[in-house]
Design a protein around this ligand. Structure first.
Ligand code: SAM
Length: 350
């Protein structure tokens, strides 16, 4: 059997592994191997992106959601959340503020809110496209029909983030109620790719029921789908969900997975997430040093930040957009990187 260091070298040469090799590498819990992966990942990221860190301005447009995912704080069944939905004017104002702060990508994220009809969404998207022609528009609004994805693309959206959550059907069914389907999630990702979106998939690290076998499937899905972005962050319990008492994901495993994903797909856009920053005050810096190259600070109005609580103790819920940006700028500088004013398209889309 090859050593784990050899497997990392092999992954770095071939950008794929078979499932036994993945299993071996993912099972490994040796600090030396993790450090080696981190070093290789960081070199790869530097080769392609230099010391640039891309920023995406996250606008959390609604916390209404028709879904009841067992892990999520804004699930339909959580009756203790005060629900909100931003108006078109509020969304445009957030983007205006973000533009002045140097953001050239806006991410509109929200629960699956029935009020976001295609007509409503396309109106917002075309207005953003008109006001900010040099910006990328990213959507993260969950599962919709092909027609809907196509209409929003035609209105000017460029990218779509839809975490697959887990590539293991059995595990998917442990995380979601019966009315949600693994096959439909996968189908949505295929449709988004087919339409021409830059696509982001991803999963939570350490979500209840996650096994090495399910992580192997995640790696194989990334190899097959070739997404432009992969969003991974630790699972963090939310007190008003069925998973309130479950254990949170670890920093260590998240960093190791970030490194492996960077080596698997060197040009991928890989965020150091807010959830990583939530479980470790230096989580996002550690994420960058493990191979991440994207940060997604919050541009949502401060008044509603606390209500978009996907998990407990989410950071930055009280800060103004400008404070978030400055804070990240300083954090990134301190580790030898710089935030860039750039759309930061996936290299394959430039
Ligand atoms: N509704 C859209 C969707 O389903 O893609 C976007 C919003 S959803 C809240 C965004 C992501 O938050 C999910 O894909 C999930 O991975 C993450 N998330 C939800 N609850 C979480 C938790 N307890 N810990 C960490 N991440 C969580």
């Amino acid at each position: 059997m090859e050593s784990n260091m050899d497997l990392i070298n092999k992954l770095n040469r071939q950008h794929q592994l078979n499932s036994d090799e993945w299993g071996e590498l993912l099972r490994c819990n040796d600090e030396k191997v993790a450090k080696y992966a981190e070093q290789v990942a960081r070199e790869q990221a530097k080769k392609i992106f230099g010391n640039k860190i891309y920023v995406r301005g996250l606008i959390e447009i609604s916390n209404y959601c028709k879904n009841n995912c067992f892990y999520c704080g804004i699930r339909r069944g959580n009756t203790s959340v005060e629900r909100y939905r931003l108006t078109k004017e509020q969304i445009l104002a957030c983007a205006e503020e973000g533009y002045a702060l140097g953001f050239r990508t806006f991410v509109l994220q929200g629960g699956e809110d029935a009020a976001f009809t295609d007509v409503w969404m396309c109106d917002v998207i075309s207005q953003l496209r008109e006001n900010f022609p040099d910006c990328a528009i990213t959507l993260s609004l969950g599962e919709r029909t092909r027609e809907s994805y196509q209409a929003m693309y035609d209105a000017g959206a460029n990218r779509y983030l839809l975490r697959h959550e887990t590539a293991d059907k059995y595990h998917y069914e442990k995380l979601h109620p019966e009315e949600m389907s693994f096959e439909h999630r996968m189908e949505c990702l295929r449709i988004l790719k087919d339409i021409g979106y830059q696509v982001g998939c991803g999963f939570m690290v350490g979500s209840p029921g996650q096994t090495i076998a399910s992580l192997v499937k995640d790696m194989e899905l990334i190899t097959k789908l070739q997404p432009e972005m992969v969003g991974i962050g630790p699972f963090v319990p939310h007190h008003a969900t069925p998973f309130a008492k479950e254990e949170q994901g670890t920093v260590r495993q998240t960093l190791y997975l970030l490194s492996l994903i960077r080596i698997l797909k060197p040009d991928v856009l890989l965020p150091a997430t807010t959830s990583l920053g939530t479980i470790d005050p230096r989580g996002r810096e550690k994420g960058i040093l493990a191979g991440a190259n994207v940060l997604m600070p919050n541009l949502s109005p401060t008044a509603v930040r606390k209500q978009y609580e996907l998990y407990d103790n989410k950071i930055c819920t009280g800060d103004e957009a400008a404070e978030c940006r400055n804070c990240l700028e300083n954090r990134v500088k301190a580790i030898g990187y710089e935030l860039v004013v750039d759309r930061g398209d996936a290299p394959s889309f430039q």
